[in-house]
Write a protein that binds this ligand. Sequence first.
Ligand SMILES: Nc1ncnc2c1ncn2[C@@H]1O[C@H](COP(=O)(O)OP(=O)(O)O)[C@@H](O)[C@H]1O
Ligand SMILES: [Mg+2]
Length: 224
Amino acid sequence: MIRITNLQKSFLLGPKKNMVLKNVNLEINKGEMVAIMGRSGSGKSTLLNILAGLVKADSGSYHFDNNDVLKMDSNQVAEFRKCNIGYVFQNSVLIDTKDVYHNIVLPLKYSNYSKSEEKKKISLVLAALHIEKLKHNSIDTLSGGEGQRVAIARAIIQDPKVIIADEPTGSLDEKTEEDILRLFTIFNKQGKTIIIVTHNQKVADSCDRIFYIENGCCNLFTGY
Ligand SMILES: Nc1ncnc2c1ncn2[C@@H]1O[C@H](COP(=O)(O)OP(=O)(O)O)[C@@H](O)[C@H]1O
Ligand SMILES: [Mg+2]
């Protein structure tokens, strides 16, 4: 489903080039749940941003279902992202002038759904994430775990094929972390492909495979 070959990505650091991803090769199959680990600053978020089509690589290739994502123009990438990718950002920002319902419905505003279709979709994700009761809550009343559920709801409202999550349990207590992890496992059992960046070994261990980014390369983690 996802095939990345010889991918490179650098950022300019003043006059210097900061080579973040030097040579990334990665294949992820449909229906897999994989973890990406690595030190802070190793390029995990950068790789997720490339997978989501938010950042262009310098060179190499990225194929998604045999479509060459790096060759798409900006409209095509936007369409690709809308159809395929649900992204739970690190420190997901919810809009605190809108309630839970209106935060979750936001991505649908770029499609032409009727009000009743919108409502149906929202009901489904609210139920899936067990947050029906929070529907009309304002964002500042939510706990960390509840806020994360809303961020996940917003990411999956379009029913994406792939869910990308950047340290989704980073700031949560252990019990809440387990709840969130369970949700991802359920989505995975329902057929979603899941890519999680995590520092948490327990989260990583519940994935099918673990990749490790080090020195700009991404390798399968095969043991301790
Ligand atoms: N937009 C950007 N502009 C310049 N440098 C960036 C940008 N995004 C990331 N970087 C740099 O790329 C490196 C990897 O960052 P990142 O992918 O966020 O790492 P990780 O998520 O593994 O902590 C860091 O050195 C970071 O400073
Ligand atoms: Mg990061």
